[in-house]
Design a protein around this ligand. Structure first.
Ligand code: NDP
Length: 327
């Protein structure tokens, strides 16, 4: 089988450093799939990416067929099968949201165009760089020949955080928890849903049986975990974000476990009242390389209000990038 072309943008960054070695050792696509890595960086970070590539060489990974480093998006995405868009413009102090969206438009528009021009017909795109949902929307808007379902954004780290916080609360193993869902935006408004999650087959919300804890402790702890890590570590989460990116693509390609689902931000088909086309997080199952939204879940009032608030934020972001002419 020909190696799979995997492009990583922002390859010299923190997440990139935690991601590349695991892709090359088979954690993205499995232990039988060879990969060609394409590293995209801005010109001033190409040298650092070359250093990472030297280390990748020094690992002599059996699955790593080749590494190319470039600052040219067209080259980076030519023939790409899996695109991990990690590099983004972080929000800096005093930066307005419009400036942030505009700066990211300058990154994700040309990347969308390059994916449109050169990607393989089976390309799958995961956007990690924030604001991830809206960056994915921008890239997708500039790749009209690529089915829009191929553009996704990451809420898997939020999902994993939701699992581990719940396991700690109820004193179970993370593997005892199934059917966790993150709804909405990868932001502080995201909603981890314990009403449809299960702990050893029982409703997680009834196992916890404490709505005040859910509203005042659990949801904010999951949503603000990134800030807590910055506070403790002095740097933002990188290894856990990389791990979640691997989980997202691995499950998309290889399928979710029977009787379980995962969370992915994907273009809405209108399910659960989320406006069509918004890239919002849903419960999904994956099979045969495709995902589908889990249908028929009950959304109670508590959940409805929170899902609506997060989706309203996504609508605002979409309208803002539309007003800037980015989509
Ligand atoms: P990181 O590798 O730590 O983060 C990269 C992006 O991932 C940021 O937008 C960050 O958002 C986002 N992210 C999403 N989820 C998480 C999470 N849970 N924890 C942490 N980050 C998360 O950033 P670095 O600054 O170390 O590296 C970025 C690299 O990207 C640099 O090397 C830069 O040169 C490169 N870059 C490349 C571009 C390109 O290839 N065209 C364009 C722009 C930058 P947030 O900041 O909100 O945490």
């Amino acid at each position: 089988m020909a190696p799979v072309n995997v492009t990583v943008t922002g390859a010299a960054g923190q997440i990139g450093y935690a991601l590349l070695f695991r892709i090359a050792s088979g954690h993205l696509l499995g232990p039988d799939t060879k990969v060609n890595l394409r590293l995209l960086e801005i010109p001033q970070a190409v040298k650092a990416a070359e250093g990472t590539a030297m280390e990748l060489d020094d690992c002599a990974f059996p699955l790593l067929s080749g590494i190319e480093i470039t600052d040219d998006a067209k080259k980076a995405f030519d023939g790409v099968n899996v695109a991990l868009l990690v590099g983004a413009r972080p929000r800096t102090k005093g930066m307005e949201r419009g400036d942030l969206l505009e700066a990211n438009g300058g990154i994700f528009k040309p990347q969308g165009e390059a994916i449109n021009a050169g990607a393989a017909s089976d390309v799958r795109v995961l956007v990690v760089g924030n604001p991830a949902n809206t960056n994915a929307l921008i890239a997708s808007a500039h790749a009209p020949d690529v089915p829009r379902e191929r553009f996704t954004a990451m809420t898997r780290l939020d999902h994993n955080r939701a699992l581990s916080q719940l396991a700690a609360k109820v004193g179970c193993a993370v593997t005892d928890i199934k059917k966790m869902t993150i709804w909405g935006n990868h932001s502080a408004t995201q909603y981890p849903d314990l009403f449809n999650a299960e702990v050893n087959g029982q409703s997680a919300a009834s196992v916890v049986n404490d709505e005040a804890w859910l509203a005042d402790t659990y949801i904010p702890t999951v949503a603000k975990r990134g800030a807590a890590i910055i506070e403790a570590r002095g740097a933002s989460s990188a290894a856990s974000a990389a791990n979640a990116a691997l989980n997202h693509v691995h499950d998309w390609v290889n399928g979710t476990a029977e009787g379980d689902w995962t969370s992915m931000a994907i273009p809405s088909d209108g399910s659960y009242g989320v406006p069509e086309g918004l890239i919002s997080s849903f419960p999904v199952t994956c099979s045969g390389g495709e995902y589908s939204i889990v249908q028929g879940l009950e959304i109670n009032e508590f959940s409805r209000a929170r899902i609506d608030a997060s989706v309203a934020e996504l609508v605002e972001e979409r309208d803002a990038v539309k007003a800037l002419g980015l989509i």
